[in-house]
Design a protein around this ligand. Structure first.
Ligand code: NAP
Length: 331
């Protein structure tokens, strides 16, 4: 027996999830958001919880912090009656009708429609020493905003790996605490947007190590030095640092789907109809970074959350016959 039966369950609590919840709640669908239990690399609210200033989300002329924005999104969804549980969805049966979701808290939830908005998670280098030190809080992190202000990093020499906007943002942020930040990139040009790259290049505390990869992290309990390799010459070198921040992109959070939705080659959820959020499975919709390997912006994720909720609302109206009780009440 399920513990609860829902019309709309939204899995995930970033801009896509909360926007879907706002729309579904205002359509009187009484949505349930399963916001995630939190882990070493992700917390409810998603990637924006690790972002300092969001300057490109319309409506905030002086900017807003990621956590402030996600708190406001959640409050807006709750204002219209959205219910929230702080657990992970660990198992799904999406082809069943109603769909069945099982959570890390041991609940079994039936749902007429499901909106998957689980976003993406930080990617790691996979080099020796990285995971061991990250796990024990030994100065290896994928989130400068979460960890950068820790006393251990004050006035230290720190390294950031990556060449995208995240790496620029993390390096700039870390200059607030560090004596020096080495920005290590495997090519000789950044992927980051010009404005972010200029800010990093113009910061006197940041030194860029071009054409360089980290091959090993050394240190017993805490990072002491990095083994480096020049990607052009193959020359090996070492760099003494007191912290390593990995900012090399993200992986979509699709593990719990257990192959029930088709994925693109790069692991993001494949959608059959361009511009639509409906998946191959009737009554299942996706939104945000879990399917978007191209734009990956808060505003685009929010837009997809809106679309997914409108599609779910329409699906319920067209596909679900009202129960006899509802039908009689309406007579
Ligand atoms: P990204 O744009 O995919 O950049 C990842 C970077 O990591 C690339 O420079 C890549 O190198 C490098 N990389 C990947 N795998 C690597 C490996 N194994 N070893 C070494 N380097 C590796 O990811 P992102 O920076 O996280 O940004 C994702 C999206 O979020 C983007 O659309 C970005 O604009 C957006 N974003 C915006 C802001 C903002 O506006 N404030 C802040 C953060 C993120 P290559 O360049 O050689 O591939």
């Amino acid at each position: 027996m399920p513990d609860q039966s829902e019309r709309v369950v939204i899995i995930g609590s970033g801009p896509a999830g909360w926007t879907a919840a706002i729309y579904a709640a205002r359509a009187n669908l009484d949505p349930l958001v399963v916001e995630g239990a939190g882990s070493r690399t992700m917390i409810p609210g998603g990637q924006l919880m690790f972002t300092t200033d969001v300057e490109n989300y319309p409506g905030f002329p002086t900017g807003v912090t990621g956590p402030e924005m996600m708190t406001a999104f959640k409050q807006q969804a709750e204002r219209f009656g959205t219910r929230v549980i702080t657990e992970d969805v660990v198992e799904v049966e999406l082809s069943a009708q109603p769909k069945v979701l099982r959570t890390s808290g041991g609940r079994e939830i039936e749902a007429d429609t499901v909106i998957v908005a689980t976003g993406a998670n930080a990617r790691w280098l996979g080099i020796p020493g990285e995971e061991r030190l990250a796990r024990v809080g030994g100065g290896v992190s994928a989130c400068a905003v979460c960890d950068g202000a820790l006393p251990a990093f004050r006035d230290a020499r720190l390294a950031v790996v990556g060449g995208g906007d995240s790496a620029m943002e993390e390096a700039i942020y870390l200059t607030n605490f560090a004596a020096k930040v080495f920005l290590i990139h495997r090519r000789d040009e950044f992927r980051a947007s010009p404005i972010m790259a200029e800010r990093a290049l113009g910061n006197e505390k940041i030194e860029v190590l071009w054409n360089t990869v980290v091959t090993e992290v050394h240190g017993d309990d805490f990072v002491e030095k990095l083994a480096l390799e020049d990607t052009v010459t193959g020359a090996a070198s070492e760099l003494e640092v007191g912290g390593l921040f990995v900012a090399i992109g993200h992986e979509p959070n699709v593990g719990f789907l257990d192959g029930q939705l088709p994925l693109k080659e790069n692991g993001y959820v494949q959608l059959p109809n361009p511009g639509r959020m409906a998946t191959d499975i009737s009554g299942v919709f996706v939104a945000g970074d879990v399917t978007d390997d191209f734009y990956r912006q808060a505003i685009t994720a929010a837009g997809m959350g809106c679309q997914a909720a409108l599609e779910a609302e329409r699906w319920i109206a067209l596909e679900l016959k009202p129960s006899p009780v509802e039908s009689a009440a309406g007579d």
